[in-house]
Design a protein around this ligand. Structure first.
Ligand SMILES: C[S@@+](CC[C@H](N)C(=O)[O-])C[C@H]1O[C@@H](n2cnc3c(N)ncnc32)[C@H](O)[C@@H]1O
Length: 259
């Protein structure tokens, strides 16, 4: 995380709204997390932080939808739905963007050694690292396979019982769905980006960042994990001339609060 401090002069996470320390992590978040644990690969500190971010949005009456790009089996969105049901006075629109199949290829020229290493170890021989928009067969085998639309529907609508009229599934590559679907999303209270690669992160910021409301949260799950994800965020911030304070959740995930 030292590079983060150098680049952005990070304030301590507890100084910012929605930081886990603000409300403490009591039994309620743990119970919610237990209900979605089998549907997410996201770490406990990130899940606890997400509950507090939703709780903050509800307490502050922040308008807007909860949006995740890269939902896999729906655990993080399920957690946001549960936290809305517990802390919110009204239901929010939930937008899920995902191919709902295996992840696409990283681009080894941008996404870095770790991405290339993981593709070589996890994906089957058809898997490449040339940034093609095709599914990397076998990439998620060790995690229980790719997340499907049906698994997300089952979790959100049947297990959690969230109002199906408020859930919007955007199936397909971000590069295809966002240019047409982003205009229908409306204001966003929480934008959670979990698409791993440079191109997947960049396209989401380009199409959705302007929809995030003032004081809304932008969460980037893989900022510290993959070179390409970090580069996409840094380039976007620099290109827009944004004055943001990146807050580390753990060694991989960061968030910021939009001014
Ligand atoms: C790391 S997983 C997401 C984990 C999830 N947030 C959770 O709670 O466990 C990344 C997901 O992003 C999807 N993804 C990555 N790049 C994408 C793209 N360009 N278009 C559509 N889906 C993409 C993958 O298919 C995968 O489902």
């Amino acid at each position: 995380m030292a590079y983060l401090s150098r680049l952005f002069g990070i304030r301590q996470a507890k100084d910012r709204p929605g930081a886990a320390a603000e409300h403490g992590v009591g039994p309620e978040p743990r119970e919610m997390i237990a209900r979605i644990r089998g549907h997410t690969m996201v770490t406990l500190p990130r899940l606890e932080s997400l509950v507090q971010q939703v709780r903050h949005c509800e307490a502050a009456g922040l308008p807007g939808a909860f949006v995740e790009c890269g939902v896999w089996k729906g655990g993080c969105m399920g957690l946001m739905a549960l936290a809305n049901l517990r802390y919110g006075s009204g239901r929010r629109d939930l937008h899920l963007f995902d191919a709902f199949t295996e992840i696409c290829e990283p681009d080894e020229a941008i996404d870095g050694d770790r991405a290339v290493r993981e593709v070589r170890s996890w994906a089957q021989t058809a898997g490449g690292t040339a940034g093609r928009l095709g599914p990397l067969t076998g990439f998620y085998d060790a995690f229980g396979g790719p997340g499907t639309l049906e698994e997300n529907v089952a979790l959100l609508e049947r297990t959690i019982g969230y109002d199906a009229r408020k859930i919007h599934y955007h199936k397909g590559w971000f590069q295809v769905t966002l240019p047409t679907d982003a205009s229908g999303v409306g204001p966003i209270a929480i934008l959670r980006l979990d698409g791993d690669w440079y191109a997947s992160t960049r396209i989401c910021l380009e199409h959705l960042y302007d929809l995030v409301v003032p004081s809304g949260f932008v969460i980037v799950d893989d900022y510290g994990t993959y070179d390409g994800c970090r580069r996409a965020v840094d380039e976007f911030i620099a290109g827009r001339g944004l004055d943001v304070q990146l807050q580390p959740v753990d060694s991989d995930c960061v968030y910021w609060v939009k001014d």
